[in-house]
Design a binder for this molecule. Structure first.
Ligand code: ANZ
Ligand code: ZN
Length: 802
């Protein structure tokens, strides 16, 4: 038998695929199509991570299968190359970001090719390429033209270390997404995209798409639609109304005070009539140092100051109530003012306790001397609402009363805010706007795009968070496109997420110089049939790109209202220690090392075998070796081939079952159990002692998407016609898939964790392998060592772990 020289075999086939353009999508738009999309990488200096391999391997398998099923497959790749890390490297090393980017892209390309991914290399996109960002700027100008771009001076999230303004999406949890520094609030005039105008469409669109349930849920929560009411409270001392937003107008009789955000404009308006204005100012200054995240933490001690000189009147009871400022009310949500109902809201309760304010029960059911009661119950102390037990009914009734009194109305609010769309940095798309002293903001004419990033020597941002572009006179000074007089260019650049907001459209027609993509290509390829990526992008890139897409749809420039028909997500790969992989922990696995030692096929098999695709799983060297053994044994089958074009009696049934299992499992992303099924088949072949040529051929076909190099090689070695990747996917006979199976229990340290369905005659190794691939078992053994494996045939598996 020839030695299994994986590195020679792998380079041979990679070269073959390159030369034959095997995986280039065809422009024959009459064929049935499949568009599989994976999140294009940010080409960082660290090179590829095993996480990238796992992220791409899922749809890699699906795409290879689809080609064999006769689809015209678009499975593209590119580089999302603008961004801070590259610029920071440039600042540190003095090497221009263009060069850093090109080097990194080269490195990534080499690594991706070494793994044998079947990407269409003729359609590679680089978001920093002027032929690409020309269209990013073009779409931005379309938004500008349509009133979706504006500038506003407000409180923004500012990262003092990166010296940039960040969107809410980029500062979740109060930390900078790039450097993890704490975010501070700063008043600054910045660019915004009016994404909130699309809030309802983004929410409704979720009903049309096939996303994993938790992905949908996260998007719904991020958009955060809330239905409630706006209510006006009269101010006793002034001819003034204070408008609040509440989801619980039914509790109006329980309002005993009001709280407004420290930044609320009413304070400035009446500052001369407020006796303790100095205290209020001081409190506001303290608040400015805190992040929104800190301010809204439920557990923190409540602070605030009572406004001395403004008193509100409850519109229902006519009672006078005090107004406080406190940091738990945010200026950016609702109206920046609330009616406080301490009996039934936890934050209001804590505040009332601390400041000695009355607590009036209006819903029966709890013990308000101990804590706020937030459940449902009968309305009490509430005039016309008394006796009502249904919350909805109570809300409706109160709304009618408020409307009659003319002091309230139904209202809708969204958690999502407009998208702070700017960076004060060099390595990004220049915002194509000119500021003219006469005409105001003027768009750069479309035929002048791309507005190119000028060459710069010094990338350091300015001290006041000013872009390095502001220092380049030749860039800044220009003529107004409208009136021709002296004007200045905008010097902010677009944020990291601009280029990725429409890249899936460009893949359809990447070299078009007249349009971002032709209508013909878009009509054929869109929507993306299946998009896979990380959970961390669900409330950023996914929301942003759906917004851009819906905007283009409204202009009639794309054929579908949603960009992605289906979205799934892979789980993280953890370090061998079960912790998140990181340079500082020293637990990072380099995919290059794995390819060197075991080959690309083993790496590909392993990242899909290591556990449930959607779950996090720790790296295990011994499991990598297990996959290597599997490939070695597949290789060794070449000595057991019987020349026959039939299935043998002994293997017929198992062949059909395995083909069915692998076919189905690929569709539901259960790659681990698909591989386990092929392992079972392999063991059975060894038990039988031989394999017919037909059986071998069909096994190679179903294994090909996972391990394409070794299967191509074997396919030729056993004398099959043509090349494997041009063969048709194999079919099975449903009738032959019925089986003698039995359910057994699966234990960890003697405790039942899961159940498995196995063949009654399955071998011990196979059952153990199946058990280890089981979702619940993977979870229960995460980060632990299996020290003993027990199998009681057709009864149970028990894994002893430490
Ligand atoms: C009275 C009330 C009584 C409330 C009660 C809740 C429970 P969602 O569902 O998230 O929309 N609120 C309104 N604006 C606020 C702001 N700018 N900062 C902090 N809190 C604000 O929450 C709406 C509720 O959050 C509103 O309903 C208001 O408190 C508070 F038993 O009004 B409620
Ligand atoms: Zn002008």
């Amino acid at each position: 038998m020839k030695e299994y020289n994986f590195s020679a075999i792998e380079s041979k086939w990679q070269k073959y695929w390159d030369e034959h353009k095997t995986f280039e999508a065809s422009n024959d738009f009459s064929k049935k199509k499949f568009y599989g999309l994976v999140e294009f990488p940010y080409p960082s200096g660290h090179g590829m991570h095993v996480g990238h391999i796992k992220a791409y391997s899922g749809l890699e398998v699906v795409s290879r299968k689809r080609r064999m099923q006769g689809y015209n497959v678009l499975f593209p790749i590119g580089f999302d190359a603008y961004g801070l890390p590259t610029e920071n490297t440039a600042i540190k090393t003095g090497v221009h970001p263009r060069k850093v980017t090109d080097d990194n892209i080269k490195k990534f390309t080499g690594q991706l090719k070494r793994v044998g991914f079947s990407f269409d290399w003729s359609r590679v996109i680089d978001t920093t390429d002027e032929n690409y960002y020309k269209w990013t700027q073009w779409i931005f100008l379309k938004m500008f033209e349509n009133g979706l771009v504006f500038r506003d001076k407000t409180l923004v999230n500012y990262c003092p270390s990166c010296k940039v303004v960040l969107s809410n999406e980029d500062s979740q949890g109060g930390h900078c997404d790039v450097c993890h520094s704490e975010i501070v609030q700063k008043t600054k005039e910045v660019w915004y995209l009016r994404i909130t105008e699309y809030a309802d469409k983004l929410l409704q669109g979720l009903e049309e798409v096939d996303y994993l349930p938790n992905i949908k849920l996260q998007q719904q929560n991020w958009i955060g639609k809330s239905t409630g009411a706006f209510v006006n409270f009269k101010i006793k001392e002034q001819d003034e109304q204070l408008k609040i937003y509440t989801t619980r107008p039914d509790t109006l009789y329980g309002v005993t005070f009001m709280v407004i955000a420290p930044e609320h404009p009413i304070i400035q308006k009446y500052r001369n009539s407020i006796a303790n204005i100095a205290d209020l100012d001081a409190y506001k200054t303290e608040c400015a140092k805190k992040s929104e995240f800190e301010r809204t933490q439920l557990v923190k001690d409540k602070t605030g100051v009572k406004i001395d000189g403004l008193t509100a009147i409850n519109p229902i009871t006519g009672k006078e109530i005090p107004i406080y400022i406190s940091d738990y009310v945010m200026m950016g949500y609702g109206t920046g003012a609330i009616m406080a109902v301490p009996a039934h809201d936890t934050r209001d309760y804590d505040f009332a306790k601390k400041f000695g304010i009355d607590i009036i029960e209006v819903i029966k059911g709890g013990d308000i001397s101990k804590e706020a009661y937030i459940g449902d119950g009968e309305m009490v102390n509430s005039g016309e609402l008394n006796g009502i037990t249904n919350k909805k009914e109570a809300i409706e009734k109160m709304l009618t009363v408020l409307e009659k009194l003319g002091c309230g109305e139904k209202g809708v609010q969204y958690k999502m805010k407009d998208w702070a769309f700017n960076r004060q940095r060099y390595w990004g798309e220049p915002i194509p706007i000119v500021h003219c002293p006469h005409c105001g903001m003027v768009a750069v004419p479309y035929d002048e795009l791309p507005l190119k990033l000028p060459p710069v020597e010094n990338f350091e941002p300015g001290t006041d968070g000013e872009s390095p572009l502001a220092k380049i006179d030749s860039f800044v000074h220009c003529k107004c496109p409208k009136c021709g007089c002296d004007a200045k260019r905008e010097t902010d650049t677009m944020p990291q997420w601009a280029g990725s907001s429409w890249y899936f459209l460009r893949y359809c027609d990447p070299n078009n110089n007249d349009e971002f993509a032709s209508q013909e290509a878009l009509k054929y390829w869109m929507p993306v049939d299946w998009y896979n990526g990380g959970m961390e992008h669900v409330t950023r890139h996914m929301i942003y790109s759906r917004f851009w897409h819906k905007f283009l749809y409204d202009l009639g420039l794309v054929p579908t209202s949603e960009p992605y028909a289906k979205r799934t997500a892979q789980g993280l790969i953890l370090g061998p220690d079960g912790e998140k992989m990181s340079k500082s922990r020293g637990n990072v696995v380099d995919p290059n090392d794995v390819v060197d030692e075991y080959g690309a096929d083993v790496l590909r098999l392993y990242v899909l075998f290591m556990g449930d695709y959607e779950k996090a799983a720790p790296w295990s060297e011994s499991s990598v070796k297990g996959c290597k053994r599997f490939v070695d044994r597949i290789w060794a089958l070449q000595d057991k081939v019987v020349d026959s074009d039939e299935y043998s009696d002994k293997l017929r049934s198992l062949m059909h079952k395995t083909i069915k299992k692998v076919s189905d499992d690929i569709e539901s992303m259960k790659f681990n159990t698909a591989i386990a099924a092929m392992m079972t088949l392999l063991n059975e072949i060894y038990n039988v002692g031989s394999i017919t040529k037909k059986e071998f051929r069909d096994l190679l076909i179903i294994l090909n998407p996972f391990a394409p190099h070794v299967t191509e090689e074997l396919y030729q070695m056993i004398g099959c016609e043509g090349v494997l990747d041009e063969q048709e996917w194999v079919t099975y006979d449903e009738a032959l898939c019925k089986d003698d199976t039995i359910e057994i229990v699966c234990q960890i340290n003697g405790k039942v964790k899961s159940k498995l369905t196995i063949h009654t005659d399955a071998a011990k190794d196979d059952v153990i392998a199946l058990a280890k691939a089981d979702e619940a078992i993977v979870k229960a053994t995460e980060g632990k060592n299996i020290v003993k494996e027990i199998y009681v045939p057709n009864k149970l598996v028990n894994l002893v772990v430490k």
